[in-house]
Design a protein around this ligand. Structure first.
Ligand SMILES: NC(=O)c1ccc[n+]([C@@H]2O[C@H](COP(=O)([O-])OP(=O)(O)OC[C@H]3O[C@@H](n4cnc5c(N)ncnc54)[C@H](OP(=O)(O)O)[C@@H]3O)[C@@H](O)[C@H]2O)c1
Length: 320
């Protein structure tokens, strides 16, 4: 059965980037929400929503998870990491947690967010762990809905926002690693809308959905669109070999801004299989990346201080 407005939905990782968009969407539709976080003090702003509870707890503790799921109609898992702080984090977060979710949420509508390109045979430990997590979830909960988004963007993201910041430090154009890798950026509000539909639709049970935007484009082209909109010089692509060398270097920096595993992840690309179930099957028409950039980076787009035309350039952001 799908979950109707008024029901309680528990969201693990609900205070993150996608979680906040989903919270806004579900609350607007009339759902009650229980968000699980390790640091509720950082997310008190969300308490202005009248039908929202903020629970502090450890999602890796199965007893806690069972308690958190009590009285709920659905459990959504948005917990994910891009890099491991300590070895074993990918297994704990991406593999053990979905399995635990399946046990603790038995009988509830389960919605699990993985990633486009999840692959048990990938050279990327991130993509391997995401694929194994999907399998472990499915073994115990065949009716769970699995969602695989490509790169998410929107206000406050770590994609458009991060490249905008980096572009400011690159007066001669930003070097972009693996600029040829394909992505299909999807707006976070469209992804949230798709998740809401995955909760509500009875027929979504047991299905996997790719959440991708309408344009499949090389990373370098996406960054070029951000640069144009921000009035910065165009970026330039780094070869796979130079990018790997950079990853080896930056992987040792504090916070590892770009690691070898991320190099493997990026190299694999992040697109949805053509013709596979996606946002359209959930009644959502994802917006265009270039169009959305106009809202994200407002004001007249400038090229080196001069107003520029956008019409001609928009055509570069279409399917390759
Ligand atoms: N962002 C993207 O471009 C993108 C693309 C494809 C797939 N995804 C997937 O979509 C999901 C949501 O992504 P997002 O961008 O919203 O991520 P996010 O902003 O980093 O939020 C993820 C949340 O997970 C929780 N979390 C992280 N590490 C944890 C740990 N070790 N133990 C317990 N909780 C932990 C955090 O919650 P607290 O700090 O509040 O406890 C955090 O708010 C993830 O599964 C991600 O892999 C994201």
């Amino acid at each position: 059965m799908g979950v109707r407005p008024g029901a309680l939905v528990v969201v693990l990782g609900g205070c993150g980037f996608l979680g906040r968009a989903l919270t806004r969407d579900l609350h607007h539709r009339g759902y009650r929400l229980r968000l699980i976080t390790r640091r509720p003090d950082r997310h008190r702003d969300l308490l202005v929503l009248p039908r929202l509870e903020l629970w502090e707890g450890d999602v890796h503790d199965e007893d806690f998870l069972r308690k958190a799921a009590s009285g709920a109609a659905a459990l959504v898992n948005l917990v994910g990491i891009l890099t491991e702080r300590v070895p074993g984090d990918f297994v704990r977060v991406h593999e053990e947690l979905p399995a635990r979710m399946a046990r603790a949420g038995r009988g509830l509508r389960l919605v699990h967010v993985s990633v486009a390109g999840a692959d048990a045979a990938s050279a990327s430990a991130y993509l391997r762990s995401k694929a194994r997590g999907e399998r472990l979830l499915r073994e115990s909960a065949p009716d769970a809905v699995v969602v695989r988004p490509s790169v998410l963007y929107g206000p406050g993201d770590s994609f458009v926002g991060r490249f905008q910041r980096l572009l400011r430090w690159a007066p001669l154009g930003l070097p972009v690693p693996l600029a040829e890798s394909l992505i299909a950026p999807v707006h976070v509000d469209d992804a949230a809308c798709g998740l809401a539909a995955a909760l509500a639709r009875t027929g979504a049970a047991g299905h996997d959905y790719g959440f991708c935007g309408p344009e499949v484009l090389p990373l370098g082209q996406a960054v070029a669109a951000i640069a144009r909109r921000s009035g910065r010089p165009p970026p330039w692509g780094l070869s796979a070999g130079v990018s790997l060398w950079l990853a080896r270097l930056l992987g040792h920096w504090p916070g590892a801004p770009f690691s070898v595993d991320q190099w493997h992840t990026l190299r694999a690309g992040s697109v949805c299989p053509p013709g596979g179930p996606g946002l359209g099957d959930l009644g959502v028409t994802p917006r265009s990346f270039e169009e959305a950039l106009k809202d994200l980076i407002p004001g007249p787009a400038l090229t080196h201080g001069r107003p520029r035309r956008t019409e001609g350039q928009a055509s570069r952001l279409t399917h390759p």
